[in-house]
Design a protein around this ligand. Sequence first.
Ligand code: ZN
Length: 149
Amino acid sequence: MSELSELYQQVILDHNKKPRNFRKLESANHSAEGYNPLCGDHLTVYLKLEDDAVKEVTFEGSGCAISKAAASMMTQAVKGKGKQDAEALFAAFHRMVTGEAYEASASDLLGNLKIFEGVREFPVRVKCATLPWHTMHAALNNKELVSTE
Ligand code: ZN
């Protein structure tokens, strides 16, 4: 577990310092705004969907290190995926960080996102980690605003 938490810290710090896909996407055809009032995390997720697949995904906004790293890794994870696969990943990620059981197949799906598993021990932080995913899900489904409240 200590090895995992060390990796977790390194990855969070790295993504917080150099968030991937951190920009507005001019060609986006879907977007949503997410807000976590408990922590103050606030971000917008931009998606370019083509033939029900995520061609491009970016985000911008401000928030704590966990929300920013989670958003950064979310964009890497869903880019190039079909809508259904992106939704399946969201469901698996959500189950993992809220401590619900998830299937072995979901574990493979999650890949390096599994470093967020430790978040379940910090209930306040769960919303920080899931906010980018809720927002991506909202964008996919044409909802414009999501709040974790
Ligand atoms: Zn936060």
